[in-house]
Design a protein around this ligand. Structure first.
Ligand SMILES: Nc1ncnc2c1ncn2[C@@H]1O[C@H](COP(=O)(O)OP(=O)(O)OP(=O)(O)O)[C@@H](O)[C@H]1O
Length: 337
């Protein structure tokens, strides 16, 4: 669907040259919700804008549906771009036009004939759940509603791809959730490929089936979302993931504890509390849960339990061995043996 081949984007300013996108190779498949995550300045926006040539790459290929966009003459590029919708962090709506007029504007620009426009606008506003706000101006809409207009506008020409530039960063968590849900719905309903950039791993966790981590213009890690969460290879990726799966035990709790404190990790089918109780019971060890978290990523569970184990030393050692074999791993946080 989208292939980025040895893509580079450099900005040359008077004082220096910035290599914003540095030899990037990516393959985004049809139907993917593909997340590109990185901190500010990593090059995410530059990379995303190279996909529809809002930024012209310094070198490399941008192949969308088999066509290298960098090789297209202007007129053909304009047509190809109609099949790539885009939404923005600050919505970029025309403030002097109503929600319906904002959507209609895009249709007119693409040469849709006037009689067909009102019906299509209605259909699009219904799709994003804003049928009753057609005559409202952006100033009369909430952030979430404005982004819905942005989505309706981006979908107006039946694109194959939707690019999302930090589309939920200006929204509160609840509104973010509803916009992500809408994106997932249209991904499925319209078989739309979505590429989103974000600095929030929560967003990736919620909707992306694949993710790439970007640092200093380079993709440093890439894979399916569950695998990246389960076994991050790069320190930066781990940093992002810790934000989702983080825990912090009060120091006092560790000091006060009489037993061994372990962090038991779970992945996929091994995310079952039953394994722990079974092992502890068979060893005659008592387990006291201090903390725990299970997240569902791509509908598969992943998480941890932090437990204080008490009982005979030999039995605790045996229980840790058995748990190590039967779960995704055991980390001893406090050892009193
Ligand atoms: N038009 C420009 N001229 C010069 N340098 C630029 C330009 N646009 C971006 N840069 C630089 O390129 C690098 C990557 O910027 P980019 O905006 O792509 O990163 P980002 O990961 O999207 O960051 P943010 O999340 O803050 O938008 C940064 O060092 C930035 O200062």
């Amino acid at each position: 669907m989208i292939k980025l081949i040895d893509l580079n984007k450099q900005y040359v300013t008077r004082s220096k040259t910035v290599h914003a996108v540095d030899h990037v190779n990516l393959h985004i498949r049809k139907g993917d919700i593909y997340g590109i995550v990185g901190y500010s300045g990593a090059g995410k926006s530059s990379l995303l804008r190279c996909i529809n040539l809002l930024e012209r790459p310094t070198s490399g290929q941008v192949i969308v549906n088999g066509t290298d966009l960098t090789k297209l003459p202007k007129k053909n590029l304009r047509i190809a771009r109609q099949k790539i919708g885009m939404i923005f962090q600050h919505f970029n709506l025309l403030s002097s036009k109503t929600a319906a007029e904002n959507v209609a504007f895009n249709l007119k620009a693409a040469g849709v004939k006037e009689p067909a426009i009102p019906g299509r606008v209605k259909e699009l506003l219904e799709l994003v759940g804003l049928a009753d706000k057609a005559d409202h101006y952006p100033s009369q809409l909430s952030g979430g509603q404005k982004q819905r207009v942005g989505i309706a506008r981006a979908l107006s020409n039946n694109p194959d791809v939707l690019l999302c530039d930090e589309a939920t960063s200006a929204l509160d968590p609840k509104t973010t959730e509803s916009i992500l849900k809408l994106l997932k719905e249209i991904n499925q309903k319209l078989s739309l490929t979505i590429v989103l950039i974000t600095h929030e791993m929560e967003v990736v966790k919620e909707i992306c089936n694949r993710v790439a981590v970007m640092e200093n213009g380079k993709i440093i890690e890439e894979g399916d979302t569950y695998s990246i969460f389960a076994a991050p290879q790069q320190p930066l990726t781990r940093d992002f993931i810790d934000k989702v799966l983080q825990y912090k035990l009060p120091e006092r709790l560790l000091e006060r504890s009489r037993g061994v404190i372990v962090n038991i990790l779970f992945r996929e089918s091994k995310a079952e509390e039953a394994i722990v109780s079974e092992v502890l019971k068979s060893c005659g060890v008592t387990g006291n849960i201090l903390h725990g978290k299970i997240e569902y990523i791509q509908d598969k569970p992943m998480g941890f339990f932090i437990m204080e184990l008490t009982g005979p030393d030999t039995e605790i050692r045996k229980a840790i061995e058995m748990l190590t074999d039967r779960t995704a791993g055991v980390e001893v946080l406090r050892n009193v043996l």
